[in-house]
Design a protein around this ligand. Structure first.
Ligand code: SF4
Length: 339
C-alpha cells in the first residue's frame, strides 16, 4: 500500500511538472504487453522525467526565449522565424524540446499578439518564411488557423509558410478535406510532421498525408533520435523507406536536444553518425534525412556527417566507403582555378 501511495505521489508530481494527454488513436497503437513499446514510451509519462538528469541539460538549451523579439515569435535565423501559435498538443510527446511550456495553462495566440507579430514581420523584409509551430497548431479550430494564416499572408515579402504538426501521426483524423482546403488557400505552404517509428506509419496516417498532398501541400518529416525507441539502423531504415513510400520526405534526423526531462532519451553523439553510415550504404538517397544537431545557446543547426574522405595522398583523394573499403580518387585539382 505504501509503495502504491508513493508511486501515486510520484506520478502526481510528474504530471504537475509535465502535463499528460494522448489521443485514443495514438494509445490504440500501443502493445500494452511490452513495457518498452516505442509508442508507449513516447506518450506515457516516465518518472525519469523528474529524477534522471545528465550534465548540461536545461529547460531551454536552444535559448529560444532569448530570441523572442515579440511574444510568440522566435527569430534565430535571418530568413525565417517561428511562430508559437498554441501551447496545446493532441498528444504530449515525452521527448518534446519545449516541455518548459507545459507548466501552467496552455495559451493560444490571440489577435493582439498576432498583430505584434505581423508588425515585426512587416518591418523585417529579410524574413521569407514563417514556421507556424507550438504546441501543435493543427489542434486549433479551423477558423483560427485560417485567421493566423490570413494574417501572415498580409506580409507582402513573406514567400513560404511551413506548419510544424504531429497531428498526422497522433490524430490523423483531424486532417479533413475542410482543413486541407483552408491550408491550400495559403500556399506555398509546407507541412513538416514528426514520425519517429515505423509502427506510426499506419493506414490512417498514410491517408492523412495523402489528403494533404492531393491538396498541393508537400509533407516532409523530422525524426528525433530516441534511445530505446528508434536508435537502431534497421528501425530507422524501415521508417524512412515507409515514409518515402507514402510520399513523405524524410528531412531531418535530429540528435536529441539537451532538454531537462528528456535526458533518458538521449544517445551519445556518435550513435546517429554510425546509424547514418549504415543507412547510406543500404537505402536510397531519397529516403535519407540529414542528421543534425541543434547547437546550444541558439548556435543553430549543423549537420553531423559520417566522414568518408580520410585524406589526400599526392594528387589522389582517399575515401573509405560504407563497407570500409579504401578507394582512391584522382581529383582534377586546380580545375576550378580561374585562367
Ligand atoms: S507535438 Fe510537437 S510540440 Fe507537441 S509535444 Fe510533441 S514534439 Fe512537442
Amino acid at each position: 500500500m505504501g509503495s502504491l501511495e508513493g508511486g501515486r505521489k510520484c506520478y502526481d508530481k510528474l504530471i504537475c511538472r509535465y502535463r499528460w494527454a494522448a489521443t485514443p488513436y495514438y494509445l490504440s497503437l500501443i502493445d500494452w504487453s511490452d513495457p518498452n513499446d516505442p509508442i508507449r514510451r513516447q506518450c506515457i509519462p516516465d518518472p525519469k522525467e523528474i529524477t534522471f538528469y545528465l550534465d548540461g541539460s536545461e529547460d531551454d538549451p536552444l535559448a529560444e526565449e532569448r530570441h523572442m523579439p515579440v511574444p510568440h515569435l522566435i527569430h534565430r535565423y535571418g530568413d525565417r522565424a517561428l511562430l508559437l501559435a498554441t501551447g496545446i498538443c493532441a498528444t504530449y510527446c515525452r521527448h518534446c524540446n519545449r516541455k518548459r511550456f507545459w507548466a501552467g495553462r496552455p495559451r493560444v495566440i490571440n489577435q493582439r499578439a498576432l498583430g505584434g507579430i505581423i508588425r515585426y514581420l512587416s518591418n523585417h523584409p529579410g524574413i521569407r518564411e514563417v514556421i507556424v509551430s507550438g504546441g501543435d497548431p493543427l489542434t486549433m479550430g479551423s477558423a483560427h488557423i485560417d485567421r493566423v494564416l490570413s494574417a501572415l499572408r498580409t506580409v507582402k515579402h513573406l514567400e513560404v509558410i511551413r506548419i510544424g504538426s504531429r497531428v498526422p501521426v497522433v490524430m490523423p483524423m483531424r486532417i479533413t478535406k475542410g482543413l486541407c482546403r483552408i491550408l491550400a488557400r495559403h500556399r506555398p505552404l509546407w507541412l513538416n510532421t514528426h514520425f519517429n517509428h515505423p509502427r506510426e506509419v499506419t493506414k490512417e496516417a498514410e491517408s492523412a498525408c495523402d489528403m494533404l498532398q492531393r491538396h498541393g501541400i508537400p509533407v516532409s518529416n523530422q525524426t528525433v533520435l530516441l534511445k530505446g525507441i528508434n536508435d537502431d539502423s534497421e528501425i530507422l531504415g524501415d521508417l524512412f523507406c515507409r515514409l518515402q513510400a507514402i510520399m513523405v520526405r524524410p528531412y531531418y534526423l535530429f540528435h536529441c536536444d539537451a532538454v531537462r526531462g528528456t535526458d533518458h532519451f538521449r544517445t551519445d553523439l556518435y550513435k546517429g553518425i554510425r546509424i547514418m553510415k549504415t543507412l547510406l550504404g543500404n537505402i536510397g538517397g531519397l529516403c535519407l534525412p540529414t542528421l543534425v544537431i541543434d547547437l546550444p545557446g541558439g548556435g543553430g543547426k549543423v549537420p553531423l556527417n559520417p566522414d568518408y574522405l580520410t585524406g589526400i595522398d599526392g594528387d589522389e583523394a582517399v575515401f573509405k566507403n560504407h563497407e570500409g573499403r579504401t578507394i582512391r580518387y584522382k581529383s582534377p585539382w586546380g580545375a576550378d582555378c580561374p585562367g
